[in-house]
Design a protein around this ligand. Structure first.
Ligand code: SAM
Ligand code: SF4
Length: 334
């Protein structure tokens, strides 16, 4: 189905929880999030019911996210239930990877099609600084587990922040020897974790993708490596969405750039978001939401369907650079 600006909407991002086993500084406060009341959180069967209605407006792809989706009890059963819906063509997940060594095989068997693993640095100390409580080995083990379980593609999402001074070339090189698809995502100054009372990062910390490509190629030249070239269509990972892909000649994976701020892709936006507390969010950057939880509990399927129609209608044409939101990323699902 199309929204009021003529865009086909076929992708739903579902946040399973706002809890997490990390506390990334750009995503949630140090003390974690205020636990949701038992009744506020959508039950797994409710997520299934809402997704079933979503297929009626044409949703074909879903991505499970959070908080950390793998800390949510019942996640494997949910993947199985989504996989049993014939209209859903693929199910993906964004995770910090920590629980993948335990769960990757079960998730694969239940029908999860692909995983994106978030990792912003290869430096162990910087990793601890960013995640506040994480160890880099746990996420690296998650990447190994995803490859071993046979997920394809495995994408690595790295948020780029100017004042972190990340080693971008080292990151891009992860795509050379293994079929890993590294994607650099511009930092988005949203939620309360930004500004002087949070990370202290603001718009000046966004590294525009074009500049980043230049930095990586310059460093590659210094190391005597070939530069990144645009990836051939056959080499781009499935589900390439809004990223622009490049590759080192002969590499097994690719390097993608996602530029929500410097080259926003609102005109191609095909998604809606469902928050863990049951709100349909038409745009990541807008706090307007539709209460689908109450609709389901008090009105049933038809009321849920009407919520989807309302959300389609509310989708703005673009974010107009208004990127501050009241909710943190962990609450929206990224
Ligand atoms: N816990 C999972 C993970 O980290 O992959 C899923 C949820 S997390 C909110 C989803 C994605 O949002 C992650 O890739 C994370 O790096 C990204 N993210 C969180 N806060 C962000 C911000 N302020 N700007 C850009 N990306 C952000
Ligand atoms: Fe957790 Fe993901 Fe947010 Fe980090 S980015 S705190 S791993 S939800």
């Amino acid at each position: 189905m199309k929204d009021s600006h003529g865009r086909v909407i076929d992708y739903l991002r579902i946040s399973l929880t706002d809890k997490c086993n990390f506390r990334c500084i750009y995503c949630m406060p140090a003390e974690g999030v205020c636990p949701m009341g038992h009744d506020e959180l959508l039950r797994i069967e409710e997520i299934e019911a809402i997704t079933r209605v979503a297929t009626r407006i044409g949703i074909k792809s879903v991505r499970l996210t959070g908080g950390e989706p793998l800390v949510r009890k019942g996640v494997v059963d949910l993947v199985q239930a989504l996989n049993d819906m014939p209209e859903i063509e693929n199910i993906s997940m964004t995770t910090n990877g920590v629980l993948l060594p335990k769960m990757a095989d079960d998730l694969k068997q239940a029908g999860l099609s692909r995983v994106n693993i978030s990792l912003d640095t290869l430096d162990p100390e910087q990793f601890e600084f960013i995640t506040r409580v994480g160890k880099i080995e746990s996420t690296l083990a998650g990447i190994d587990a995803a490859l071993e379980a046979g997920f394809n593609p495995v994408k690595i999402n790295a948020v780029t922040v100017r004042s972190l001074n990340q080693d971008f070339l080292a990151f891009a090189k992860l795509s050379i020897d293994r079929p890993l698809h590294v994607r650099f995502i511009e930092y988005m100054p949203v939620g309360t974790s930004t500004g002087s009372d949070g990370t202290g990062w603001g718009k000046q910390d966004v590294v525009p993708s074009e500049e980043l490509l230049g930095i990586i190629n310059e460093r590659a030249r210094e190391e005597g490596l070939p530069e990144l070239v645009p990836a051939g269509n056959d080499d781009k990972p499935i589900g390439w969405g809004p990223a622009r892909y490049f590759e080192f000649p002969g590499a097994k994976g690719t390097v993608g750039f996602i530029s929500p701020l410097s080259r926003h892709f609102c005109s191609e936006c095909n998604r809606l978001r469902l928050t863990a507390d049951g709100k349909l969010r038409p745009c990541l950057f807008s706090d307007r939401e539709v209460d689908v939880r109450t609709a389901l509990r008090e009105g049933g399927e038809e009321a849920v369907y009407n919520c989807f129609l309302e959300a389609l209608n509310l989708k703005p044409d673009e974010h107009h650079d208004k990127v501050g939101t009241e909710r943190n990323m962990s609450q929206i699902g990224g």
